[in-house]
Design a binder for this molecule. Structure first.
Ligand code: PSU
Ligand code: MN
Length: 332
């Protein structure tokens, strides 16, 4: 895959310094304008403050970009025609010159192909509550079974069927660990009430699991690091349950389907909780980004002569699109 990797990210990978991938769908389709642009910038700053290099990922005019410049970041945040691109949309987007924000599935794919091992987002997609009628399951899940990325998230979005999503992750062979918790987080809520099989408590422990994955050389699959929003910053659970029930009913009544379901529900919650769900969402994302930077540093620190790239990234320069092409081996 020909991908344009920004100079800063390329140099960091080359020198083995820690890099954290950030997705762009949460900016373009998950947060209200104009605040989304400020948040996109803030997340990059949080990665830098944590001692790592941010690599926000998107497709701009038919080129997949790992590491966005200011103009591209503004376009993704402000242009209402920016598409939502899952992994399956990448090829048509590249071939037709489209511009789009990448979801967890597309971002994890591009990060993995570039050799970026750590990725932070808000909440993963998963199995929707109306699955028996709609068969709506996010493409995030299957893609996470195919990449060697550590994904720091606040669990899966609470608008989903959380137990069914956890079951699918188990079936797909995706490792799930709770960070500092014995319960799977609930995105806007600190806990979904579901147990997790493994609990890790430090970035070094997460990095050790990543290195163990590398050594196993088994079938590739992501490591989901489920990091709860602090209880003080979570959405009031009673308000959450009430507004979500209304939102699910509204989505059904309006016939919202496909890619529009998740953005519709996130916006419905923001409006009908008077912004409280947005604050909880932002608190979760910030916490995940901070933790991701620490994990990227800890992972790099354990590999002699290499950093966040896992010591296996070979960068080729000067592809036809004038950028650089990176092919990560992710330490495998
Ligand atoms: N996390 C957030 N807000 C978001 C998302 C994640 O805090 O908007 C996005 C991610 O890009 C994820 C997508 O991949 O929602 C899931 O969309 P779908 O259910 O259509 O697969
Ligand atoms: Mn869907």
């Amino acid at each position: 895959m020909s991908t344009h990797v920004s100079e800063e990210v390329r140099e960091a990978l080359h020198e083995g310094r820690p890099v954290v991938a950030l997705e762009s769908t949460l900016v373009a389709h998950g947060l209200p304008r104009p605040r989304n642009l400020a948040v996109a910038r803030e997340l990059e700053e949080l990665v830098r403050a944590g001692g790592a290099v941010p690599a926000t990922i998107a497709v701009v005019d038919g080129t997949a970009r790992v590491g966005l410049d200011e103009a591209a970041l503004i376009r993704i945040a402000e242009d209402p025609t920016v598409r939502k691109l899952g992994h399956r949309d990448l090829a048509p987007a590249l071939a037709t010159g489209a511009t789009g924000a990448t979801t967890v599935s597309a971002t994890a794919w591009l990060a993995d192909a570039t050799g970026v091992r750590v990725f932070a987002t808000g909440g993963l997609g998963g199995v929707h509550r109306a699955w028996t009628e709609t068969q709506d399951e996010s493409a995030d899940l299957r893609l996470l079974a195919q990449v060697g990325t550590a994904v720091v998230c606040a669990g899966v979005k609470s608008i989903l069927d959380v137990p069914a999503t956890l079951q699918r992750l188990e079936t797909l062979g995706v490792t799930v660990v709770g960070y500092g918790t014995e319960h799977f987080p609930g995105f806007y809520l600190s806990s979904s009430g579901e147990p997790v099989d493994w609990t890790l408590r430090t970035p070094e422990e997460v990095a050790a699991v990543m290195r163990a994955q590398d050594r196993l050389e088994g079938p590739r699959a992501a490591l989901v690091v489920a990091n709860p929003v602090p209880e003080a910053e979570q959405l009031d659970p009673a308000l959450h349950d009430r507004v979500l029930a209304d939102g699910l009913a509204a989505a059904k009544e309006k016939g919202i389907t496909g890619q529009a379901v998740t953005p519709f529900l996130l916006e419905y919650l923001t409006v009908h909780t008077e912004g409280a769900s947005l604050e909880a969402n932002l608190a979760a994302i910030r916490g995940n980004v901070r933790l991701a930077a620490r994990i990227a540093r800890a992972y790099g620190a354990g590999i002699p002569g290499a950093g966040g790239a896992g010591g296996g990234t070979e960068i080729r320069e000067g592809t036809h699109d004038g950028g650089a092409e990176a092919r990560g081996t992710g330490g495998r």
